[in-house]
Every structure is written in C-alpha cells, then in structure tokens.
Ligand binder design. Structure first.
Ligand SMILES: Nc1ncnc2c1ncn2[C@@H]1O[C@H](COP(=O)(O)OP(=O)(O)OP(=O)(O)O)[C@@H](O)[C@H]1O
Ligand SMILES: [Mg+2]
Length: 370
C-alpha cells in the first residue's frame, strides 16, 4: 500500500517537486553570478504565456542566488515600489546585515527591541538618503562576504512602467559602478514589450530576454516519472507516452495531469495508462476555465472572432480561409493575426497558416460556441 501524499502541484505560483527542463537557463544564471558585474545574463527578462512557469523560474533563480549567500529583494508591487524599498525593505536588510550598525546598537547599552533597531538604522540611513545610497551601503557590506543582491519582479505586466523605469535607473547606476547586483523580471510577453518601450530603461533593453517555450516531451516524461517515483509509486512507458501527449509540453498541465492521474487510486502502486488517459476531459475543462477564459476576456471582439474562425479547423488554419470565414479582407486579417501573435495566443505554422499556441484553446472555443 502506498501512503504518500499527492506530489503534484497544479497551482499557479507554486514550485513543482521536480522541475522539468529549464536547466540551461538556470545554469547560465549561476555562471553569470560567478562572472562578475559585467555579465549580460545578470539581467533577465523572462516572458511566456500564462502557466508556462515564469514564477517558478523566478523562484529557482532566487534559490540559486541564496545558495551563494546573495540577498534577494523582491520588488514590492504597486506605485509605491521605490518608497517602500527606501523606507522599509532596504533599511530592514541593513539592520540585519550591517554589523557595524548592530555593534553600535549594542555598545549603546541595553538590549533593544526591534523598534529601536530600526530607529538606529534610520539614524544611520535616514529615509531622505536616496535609494541608491542605501543600496550602495548594503552592497558595501555584502562585498565583505563576496556576495551581492538579486532583485526580482514578477507580474511585470501589472507594474507601472514608469515605476519600473525609475527603479531601472537606480539599478543602472549600480551596474555602472560595478556593484554585485542582478535583476530578474517575469511577465506576460505584452507586459515585457510595454516595459521595453518605456524611456529611460537602457539597461532593460540590454537585458537578456528569455522566452519560456513549451517543454520537450522527453522532459515532461522524465519529470513526471521522477515526481511519481519520489513519492513512492511507479508509472510505465505507455502511461508516460499518453501523459506527454495530453500535456503538450505545457508546464501547468504536467502538474494537473499528474495530480488527477494520481488521485484515481492513490493506494495502488502503479499509475496506469488509463489513469492518465482518463484525465483528459478534466484537463480540457480546467484549461478552459483557468487559462483560456481569462485570456479571451481581455481581447477585443475582432480578435476573439479571429480565434473562433480558426477553431473551425482541426489543425493549423489557412489565413486566407480565416479571412473568408470572418468576411474581412486579408489586410484586416493580417492585423488581427499580428496582434494575436504578440499576445502569444497564436503562432505562425508555416507559410500562410496559423495555429493556437496553447493546448486546448480550440476545444475551449468550440465548447463556448455550443
Ligand atoms: N519547469 C517546470 N516543471 C514542472 N512544473 C512546472 C514547471 N514550471 C511550472 N510548473 C508548474 O506549472 C504551474 C504554473 O507555473 P507558474 O505559476 O510558474 O506559471 P506562470 O508562467 O508564472 O503563470 P502566470 O502567467 O499565471 O503567472 C505550476 O503548477 C507549476 O508548479
Ligand atoms: Mg506567475
């Protein structure tokens, strides 16, 4: 009998037990931290469709930095980002790591409560000091440990480009001074594009743009098997083949399929091909509700109509036919097509053809039409 809990994690923002793929990116970043301030891979802009694993990658990058003793600063959300960094986040890190501040506090007599630590630090680093100076001081301290600071920002598309731009200016300053810093941001492709168009973010434009693509089937099978086996059950080749066919390389589905296949009979030692195959209807429904419906809701009607016209085909759709079905000229079709490609809902599939980027969008659109 198997007693282990379900090891799959089909939730957004939650790191998987076993990471599939992404090794090259993570290793490059690890090397970049070694290489010193000039290394281009120290500034990463990670983009990808919803559920492609952007947050998971950011978490992994943070882990790599922490393993090396680096400090990680998650940039606060909202328009008060810089104020929050300046008024609390960075002073708190200084309070924790600046031993000279700590020493002064203790020689000052008495054991002080947290409140007075922050007073002490604020005395030393008044809020009116610019953020750059505060960060500079923190980096001075870190130099002593041969470590640095990694800044991360998730959900770029939700941040104000102006606020990120102002942070970028500060960061750029630190880079120019050869400080040990790194920066990794993640967001939907449109959010990253918008950020890059913002003035004053030269460093962002030079940052390495990493696009998270679908996982290779081989990586899906390897990770699925390892997740199952680490939790005390087994899964055979045939089941793994079916698994990869349902997942289509999409990370969220790797978790979702595994989660539901596991649940069929948690006490049984082996997960069978039928356990896996049986998850498909549920997978289609969940994908539709959690991924496709929100994405479609944000679209103008014309683009939605374009997708509906594509869904009439079982495979890639001919652009000429899409235009015909919509009753619009080719030129208009081209505009819709380009917008949908920017949003990564659609991809070119050879000359004159388009296809859906994410699995089960066709199924979702057809179900909607019914
Ligand atoms: N490399 C991976 N291997 C295995 N599972 C993964 C991998 N990347 C992501 N996942 C799983 O996929 C799901 C979605 O991941 P994540 O939340 O990172 O996506 P995201 O791109 O940040 O989505 P969103 O656009 O909603 O922010 C999670 O359940 C996560 O555990
Ligand atoms: Mg995310």
């Amino acid at each position: 009998m198997v007693t282990g809990a379900n090891p799959f994690r089909p939730s957004f923002g939650v790191s998987p037990r076993v990471l599939a793929g992404r090794e090259d990116l993570l290793q490059d970043f690890d090397v970049a931290l070694d290489e010193g301030p000039g290394s281009p891979l120290r500034s990463l802009l990670v983009s990808g469709a919803r559920g492609m694993g952007k947050t998971v990658v950011l978490n992994e990058l943070e882990d790599i930095a922490r393993t090396r003793g680096w400090l990680v600063v998650r940039l606060p959300e909202g328009d008060g980002m810089l104020e929050e960094l300046e008024a609390s986040t960075v002073p708190a890190l200084l309070a924790e790591h600046d031993t000279t501040a700590v020493r002064r506090r203790f020689t000052g007599g008495g054991i002080s409560a947290v409140g007075s630590v922050s007073t002490e630090v604020e005395d030393r680093y008044p809020v009116r000091q610019s953020l750059a100076q505060l960060l500079g001081r923190l980096l001075d301290v870190l130099v002593g440990h041969e470590t640095g600071l990694l800044f991360t920002l998730d959900e770029v598309q939700a941040a104000s480009p102006d606020v990120v731009g102002r942070f970028a200016a500060t960061y750029q300053h630190l880079v120019r001074d050869d400080r040990e810093v790194a920066f990794a941001a993640a967001g939907l492709p449109t959010g990253i594009d918008q950020l890059l168009r913002q003035a004053g973010t030269t460093f962002l434009r030079r940052a390495e743009r990493v696009h998270l693509a679908v996982l290779a089937d081989e990586d899906v099978r390897t990770a699925a098997r390892a997740t199952v086996e680490d939790a005390g059950r087994s899964i055979g080749e045939e089941a793994l083949e079916r698994y990869a066919r349902i997942v289509h390389g999409y990370p969220y589905l790797l978790q979702l399929v595994g989660y539901h296949a596991w649940r069929v009979a948690p006490q049984r030692p082996e997960i069978t091909p039928d356990d896996v195959g049986g998850t498909r209807p549920l997978v289609v429904e969940r994908m539709g509700r959690l991924v496709h419906a929100p994405a479609l809701g944000a679209l103008p009607e014309g683009q939605r109509a374009y997708l509906r016209a594509m869904a009439a085909d079982d495979g890639p759709a001919a652009t000429r036919q899409v235009a015909e079905r919509m009753g619009v000229p080719m030129q208009q079709q081209n505009v819709y097509r380009a917008r949908l490609i920017d949003r990564e809902l659609v991809q070119a599939a050879g000359h004159g053809f388009v296809d859906f980027t994410l699995p089960y969008l066709r199924e979702h659109l057809r179900a909607q039409a019914r």
